[in-house]
Write a protein that binds this ligand. Structure first.
Ligand SMILES: Nc1nc2c(ncn2[C@@H]2O[C@H](COP(=O)(O)OP(=O)(O)OP(=O)(O)O)[C@@H](O)[C@H]2O)c(=O)[nH]1
Length: 598
């Protein structure tokens, strides 16, 4: 055990974690020439295309240092805030962390939030100044920033480049010399932490774990403490680039487990694995169920595809336990599902996977957060509202609460004013302002989560010319003056376009919604009035003027096959449209409320 090191890499998004991990694998000879491929650890197609890490992955390297053999378990972590729970579990499985900081970008919001997570878990932090090959790198200044942040010695900051491979030997030496070997005893009852799981269509769910005490053996009857279920450990092994089956994984080490579980929901990240016959008395603390933060309706474009959509979502849920969904119906869209996601990125990924892997064409409605409503009659009973159209009649309501977050924004001093006015515009309250250096400022705000779901990221980027990074965590529910703005097309309410907004902004949002919808809904053969209403009161109105769009007119009635082709083409163009009453609404219109400031 004294020659094992378990470490993770933490960083702000795009600071180069995955690239650095690749270099470590190269340097330790953990990959053959043939297996070399950029960003090896990002194995999902989507991950490669988007250049982001969605799921955490672990890999074991063998490395000889000063004549001794070491086993280094590296856990790669996702950088995006939607997946921060996974980061925290990966961190809990390690004794040390490489804190990667981009030498051109310096410390950013997620550098800090991930660092705090690592410090809470008592990890040894090794600061790595990455991308020093960049012409725009600013090593001296960024080293100073790191020294200020960590209170470390400038010599402790390792200069490296994941691109050229510079400094990789120093990184490995630091991992061995500075990170403590795991503690724990192989003779105690089994206690292992699940830090990740991956769905494999052939083998079922693969569970990744770190053994704290005891050992896990092939064939052993094991138990997951949180779910209380027992399984046979059909296969255990270590995680080389490919899985390497073993008879036993002992205290201190990291490995994978296959039990034939077919449903990802049975394996909960953060749960403790123990021996079913001789269980540990202590679960590893810190387990929590991941809660969805953002909700939206997903509907098939073609109403006949409802059952197929349900089957696809069920399959998707088998391999993404954080996706939740319940059937719902909308007067406008028919039958579909209300889905819960970890965040906006997660929502986009699910939509994309439904389309790519299951060949579904879906309409996604405006995302919203989960509200708590309280009736005058039973003010102690909470009514959870995951869909604006489920909000009870306002006259019966005592009050409504919405989720709040603590936001951390790091930006240049020049943009402080802009960022502050944006946050105030988004109903934020500033709670703290710290100058990290004379040029860089950390701002903290308490603000409603709903405002982030709307166009916050894009606007933050604009007002800071890209020089702002952002992170958040939930801080609970607060009472707010919320009203529902409904949209009527052709005098018909379209429930899927309703949004819950703060009463003070309702008028303005209603007006902008009407204007935006006028832009987004194509002209049709008749006038279409668009109205925004609060209850029975109309607060805004626009009209889409009629237009007769006859694509076949140009064909002079002659060539019938050409006419047919044109009609086919027009049909394809319509693909992502929904007929609501007699109005055709394109997908973008359902997202209009997110784009009111474009
Ligand atoms: N010049 C230079 N570019 C680098 C270096 N390391 C990474 N990059 C580039 O920086 C970008 C981000 O690198 P990744 O390794 O994907 O970053 P990451 O931190 O893993 O990103 P997430 O997984 O999305 O959090 C890519 O375009 C890399 O090619 C480096 O040392 N030098």
């Amino acid at each position: 055990m004294k020659n094992i090191r378990n470490f993770c890499i933490i960083a702000h998004i795009d600071h180069g974690k995955s690239t650095l991990a690749d270099r470590l694998l190269d340097y330790t000879g953990s990959v053959t020439e043939r297996e070399k491929q950029d960003q090896l650890l990002d194995s999902m197609d989507l991950e490669r295309e988007r250049g982001i890490t969605i799921k955490s992955h672990a890999i074991q390297m063998d490395y000889e240092y000063n004549g001794e053999k070491y086993v280094l378990n590296l856990i790669d972590t996702p950088g995006h805030v939607d997946f921060s729970y996974e980061v925290s579990r990966s961190i809990a499985a390690c004794e040390g962390a490489l804190l990667i900081v981009d030498a051109a970008q310096s410390i950013q919001a997620q550098t800090i939030s991930n660092l705090y997570l690592a410090l809470e878990n008592d990890l040894e932090i090794i600061p790595v100044l990455n991308k020093i090959d960049l012409p725009s790198a600013n090593p001296e200044e960024v080293t100073d920033d790191i020294v200020d942040l960590l209170g470390c010695d400038p010599d402790e900051v390792i200069h490296a480049s994941g691109k050229t491979g510079l400094g990789i030997d120093n990184v490995l030496a630091a991992v061995i010399e500075r990170i403590p070997a795991p503690k724990g005893s192989p003779n105690e009852p089994l206690q292992a932490l699940i830090f990740d799981s991956v769905y494999n269509p052939f083998r079922g769910v693969e569970t990744y774990f770190r053994v704290i005490n005891g050992s896990i053996k092939k064939g052993q009857l094991i138990k997951f403490i949180a779910t209380g279920k027992t399984y046979d450990a059909d296969e255990v092994g270590t995680l080389k680039l490919k899985q390497l089956p073993k008879n036993e994984i002992k205290a201190g080490d990291v490995g994978y487990l296959i039990t034939g579980i077919k449903d990802a929901r049975e394996v909960k990240v953060g749960d403790t694995i123990t021996d079913a016959k001789n269980p540990t008395r202590n679960a590893i603390s810190g387990f929590e169920d991941v809660k969805p933060m953002v909700f939206a309706g997903i509907y098939p474009v073609d109403t006949e595809d409802y059952e197929e959509l349900r089957a696809s979502m069920e399959k998707l849920q088998l391999n993404d336990a954080s996706l939740i969904f319940t059937p719902e119906s909308s007067a406008a869209l028919g039958f579909g599902f209300r889905c819960g996601f970890l965040g906006m990125l997660h929502m986009e990924i699910i939509q994309e996977r439904l389309e790519r892997e299951f060949d579904m064409t879906v309409i996604t409605t405006v995302p919203n957060v989960s509200y708590h409503a309280y009736n005058k009659k039973n003010p102690d009973d909470v009514i959870v509202v995951n869909n604006p159209s489920d909000l009870p009649d306002p006259s019966t309501l005592d009050h409504v609460e919405e989720p709040y977050i603590k936001a951390t924004i790091i930006t240049k001093a020049d943009f402080v004013g802009n960022v502050m006015s944006l946050c105030i515009d988004k109903r934020g309250m500033i709670t703290n302002q710290t100058y990290l250096t004379p040029e860089r400022v950390e701002l903290n705000f308490d603000m409603p989560l709903a405002e982030i779901v709307f166009d916050f990221y894009d606007r933050l980027k604009t007002v800071s010319k890209g020089y702002a990074s952002f992170d958040y965590h939930p801080i609970g529910m607060k009472t707010s003056k919320l009203v529902r703005v409904d949209i009527l097309l052709n005098a018909q309410p379209v429930d899927a376009l309703s949004a819950l907004v703060h009463a003070d902004n309702a008028q303005n949002i209603g007006k902008k919604m009407c204007e935006k919808l006028k832009e987004l809904i194509p002209r049709q053969q008749f006038d279409i009035p668009i109205q925004a209403a609060i209850g029975a009161k109309i607060i805004s109105r626009e009209t889409i003027k009629a237009l007769r769009k006859d694509v076949t007119a140009k064909c002079y009635g002659g060539d019938i096959s050409r006419k047919r082709k044109l009609l086919e083409k027009q049909k394809k163009g319509k693909k992502r449209m929904r007929q609501v009453g007699n109005v055709e609404i394109p997908q973008q219109a359902f997202m209009a409320v997110l784009k009111l400031n474009d």
